[in-house]
Design a protein around this ligand. Structure first.
Ligand code: SF4
Ligand code: SF4
Length: 418
């Protein structure tokens, strides 16, 4: 697989200038959306709480600019879901409202701060980090995920090189919260400078990983770093391990030491249809329009635009979309890169099964979901074990929409089981 990381991996992070307006979704994590606690017309400061978490599997949402709330309304996510969004017109005065910094916090204070600061897994899944850091069973190992195995994405790579010490301090806080001292970081071998950056830290074991997609999936990372297996329906904690993305560790460091809530993050803007691929530090709620314009605009009309990575991201029909806590990238892909051939009938070649890291039968999922028999699709395809890495669809010579069939099957089975 061509990873195309060379487009941006050596481009140092730039801070995107403050946009004139941000549009912040209240659905920034797995679980329930947050509940707005500001009204139209209200003045807010950067870092001020604007929507409160609704239960444990939810996350607080904060203003990413100081300014005036101009709307609390219904918007549409990149995946097409209806959600409540809060629009803020920036005042440009930079007024901030942070939490009080914590000096030498206890384990309980760390977990409470992670929840209060709205920190979620920044690798893409968006699971509230505080829930992970208060596991119900005994864990002994923290694994930092620095694999960044998705093609094109280089934002974690830049963070590991540029913000190494902040990530390490964040990891130490998380380890303290978990009451453990065994901390590892898994980094793919294609990032030798990131591996070298962590080697001086005696309390962090660096595991150099083979470059192999989807190495960054939790189960594969845990196996590669510790040799432990996480079975179906088990969580990493059942194997004694907690995994956090390197960006999440950085956010934890800032929340503890600066009192800074999570309202900005690093993203990669790449693909051969964008003029200047970059790694950017951006505010949550920034428009993709502003981001593309800052990167010099289009080098050519993209065949496909994606938020996230090319394997697990979501294709968008226009740039009228916004950055979420979980947005790791914006990709503008040419026709050659996007490979948008029309699907043809299945050839029964078996390549999708050969490549599946979970040893599933995606062609069976696709076949039976097309007939509407989701039980058979799940049973014969093994669909509920799927980690949605996209490898099967990538290799399929018939360009079958396998991920679509997988998601449809999972949704149908879950709805039935409810
Ligand atoms: S997306 Fe495809 S290759 Fe990846 S785990 Fe699921 S079935 Fe297997
Ligand atoms: S790779 Fe595509 S064509 Fe081959 S068996 Fe799988 S779905 Fe069918």
């Amino acid at each position: 697989m061509h990873d195309e990381k060379s487009l941006a991996c050596d481009v140092p992070t730039e801070v995107l200038p403050e946009p004139s307006e941000v549009c912040i979704s209240t659905k920034q994590s797995a679980g329930k959306p947050a509940v707005p606690c500001v009204e139209t017309g209200q003045e807010v400061k950067e870092g001020q709480l604007i929507a409160k978490a609704d239960g444990a599997i939810s996350s607080n949402v904060f203003a990413s600019v100081a300014g005036r709330v101009t709307a609390v309304k219904t918007g549409t996510s990149p995946a097409g879901a209806q959600e409540t969004v809060i629009v803020i017109a920036a005042a440009g005065n930079g007024e901030k409202s942070y939490l009080p910094p914590l000096a030498d916090p206890t384990a309980e204070q760390i977990v409470a701060r992670i929840a209060e600061a709205g920190i979620v897994g920044l690798g893409g899944a968006g699971f509230p980090a505080a829930v992970k850091d208060a596991p119900k069973c005994k864990v002994d190992t923290l694994v930092l995920n620095g694999a960044e195995c998705e093609p094109y994405l280089t934002c974690d790579h830049r963070l590991m090189v540029e913000r190494t010490d902040d990530i390490v301090r964040g990891a130490r806080y998380i380890a303290k919260a978990l009451g453990i001292s065994n901390v590892m970081i898994g980094i793919e071998l294609n990032k030798p400078d990131a591996i070298a950056a962590f080697e001086p830290y005696a309390d962090i074991k660096v595991v150099a990983l083979k470059k192999r997609y989807p190495m960054g999936s939790e189960k594969h990372l845990i196996y590669s770093c510790t040799g432990r297996t996480v079975k179906y329906r088990q969580l990493p904690a059942d194997a004694g391990v907690i995994v956090h993305n390197v960006g999440t560790a950085l956010a934890v460091c800032e929340a503890i030491e600066l009192g800074k809530p999570l309202y900005e993050r690093e993203i990669t803007v790449s693909g051969r249809a964008v003029k200047e691929p970059k790694n950017l530090w951006v505010k949550i709620g920034t428009s993709i329009n502003d981001i593309v314009a800052y990167c010099g605009g289009e080098a050519e009309a993209p065949k496909k635009a994606v938020v996230g990575g090319p394997m697990t991201g979501t294709a968008i029909a226009s740039y009228d979309n916004y950055v979420y806590k979980t947005t790791g990238g914006v990709l503008l892909m040419t026709a050659k890169e996007a490979d948008t051939m029309e699907p043809t009938p299945c050839l029964n070649c078996g390549k999708c099964a050969d490549v599946c890291p979970m040893h599933l039968m995606p062609m069976q999922t696709a076949f039976y979901s097309n007939t509407g028999d989701f039980d058979a699709a799940a049973k014969l395809g093994g669909t509920m074990y799927c980690i949605e890495c996209g490898a099967c669809e990538y290799v399929c010579p018939a360009k079958r929409p396998l991920i679509q069939a997988i998601r449809k099957t999972k949704a149908a089975v879950r709805a039935k089981n409810k």
